[in-house]
Design a protein around this ligand. Structure first.
Ligand code: NAP
Ligand code: GDD
Length: 334
């Protein structure tokens, strides 16, 4: 039985990746950092099948210790300060965790589990002020946030360890991926949760920032399959994972509100506090390399993703016994 080690288990991707690897018969070891209010809700349904351990990307010795103890076959480094907006307020912390944290993980693997295959969670945010559209593995980077800058560092650290030490290290350049388990601070989940709150009379409006930003949005459950496939290939490499379609925040709102029979224009207001000092206006990925080399294809399309997220936030309220006060519930939920 192969052992997979995951950092970032409490996050969105950690939970989907752990599910996927357990289904494939892996022993899954997952690392959590110490918190005064630990939250295991995203993986509570599989927690008894996971071996948990403690460690922090800020603490080199903790990473060495867990690599030494578990000697994993595969390491998935998903942990990061991952919220772009917050990275403008906490640029040093973001650089420490999201950037330098990658080198700490690579050092721990190199010194304590040198045969492990390593996956780094890189990001389309590295393309930033895009040089070309669509973006591929060869598109130059121009990050537009402290988060993007830190991810560029982590990406090149991964490439450098592959070239310097012959490590099986892959960088997955993943475009935005969402799900009902997405954090409430990210725009897609903020919208789906507000739509449900508006239907149930808890809120009357949704305040957003830049409605014209465009993203290539996919489903997290599809994207974690790509992470695993990268580590199964004969040779380590870097891959874009994306849907090849792009939509605006406004289009996301339109479909989300239509799902409950409402018009987004009646509820969405623009609040400048959600604008960023520098914005990434357009992302659109070309995942041809992952499709041709790894056989990876996404299964959930944009409309399906929006509806999945809205329905999940509606259901969460319905099980609490509340009834809708506005709009209409989608067929199947009513
Ligand atoms: P997420 O939900 O924000 O999860 C981030 C995880 O990192 C959490 O488990 C968090 O733990 C952990 N973490 C933060 N600081 C840590 C530290 N110092 N030591 C150990 N763990 C720490 O992110 P996600 O959406 O699942 O994304 C997973 C990874 O993919 C991230 O690296 C993200 O930057 C990258 N990525 C995401 C997307 C996307 O669209 N989702 C796209 C491209 C790349 P706590 O619960 O303790 O905070
Ligand atoms: N969060 C948020 N909140 N974003 C808003 C809002 C709002 O109220 N209003 C408009 N937006 C716009 C942002 O300005 C951005 O252009 C877009 O919606 C998406 O924002 P987020 O959902 O916060 O995601 P992101 O694209 O900045 O970053 C996510 O994707 C990256 C991959 O490209 C994160 O998951 C990163 O960790 C990831 O690397």
């Amino acid at each position: 039985m192969k052992t997979a080690f995951i950092t970032g288990i409490t996050g969105q991707d950690g939970s989907y990746l752990a599910e996927h690897l357990l289904d494939l018969g892996y022993k899954v070891v997952a690392m959590m950092r110490r918190s005064a209010t630990p939250d295991t809700s995203r993986f509570a349904h599989i927690e008894d099948r996971i071996t948990m351990c403690h460690g922090d990307l800020m603490d080199q010795s903790s990473l060495m210790r867990v690599m030494d103890e578990f000697k994993p076959d595969e390491v998935y480094n998903l942990a990061a300060q991952s919220f772009v907006h917050a990275s403008f307020h906490e640029p040093i912390h973001t650089g420490e965790v999201t950037g330098l944290g990658v080198t700490r993980m690579l050092e721990a693997v190199r010194l304590s589990a040198p045969n492990a295959r390593f996956y780094q969670a890189s990001s389309s945010e590295m393309f930033g002020d895009v040089f070309e559209t669509p973006q591929t593995e060869r598109t130059p980077f121009h990050p537009r946030s402290p988060y993007g800058v830190a991810k560029v560092y982590g990406h090149w650290a991964t490439v450098n360890y592959r070239e310097s030490y012959d490590m099986f290290a892959c960088s997955g350049i993943l475009f935005n991926h969402e799900s009902p388990r997405r954090g409430l601070e990210f725009v897609t989940r903020k919208i789906s949760d507000h739509v449900a709150a508006i239907v149930f009379g808890e809120k009357d409006q949704l305040a957003l920032g830049n409605l014209d930003a465009r993203r290539d949005w996919g489903f997290a459950g599809d994207y974690v399959r790509g992470m695993h496939l990268m580590l199964q290939h004969d040779t380590p490499d870097d891959y874009v994972i994306s849907t090849g379609t792009t939509q605006s925040v406004r289009e996301f709102c339109k479909i989300a509100f239509e799902r409950v029979g409402l018009n987004y224009e009646d509820f969405v207001v623009v609040d400048p506090k959600f604008f960023r000092p520098a914005e990434v206006e357009l992302l659109l990925g070309d995942a041809s390399k992952a499709k041709d080399t790894l056989g990876w294809v996404p299964e959930v399309d944009f409309q399906g993703l929006v509806e999945m997220m809205v329905d999940a936030d509606l259901k969460r309220r319905m099980v609490m016994g509340n009834g809708p006060t506005r709009g209409s519930l989608p067929e199947g939920l009513a």
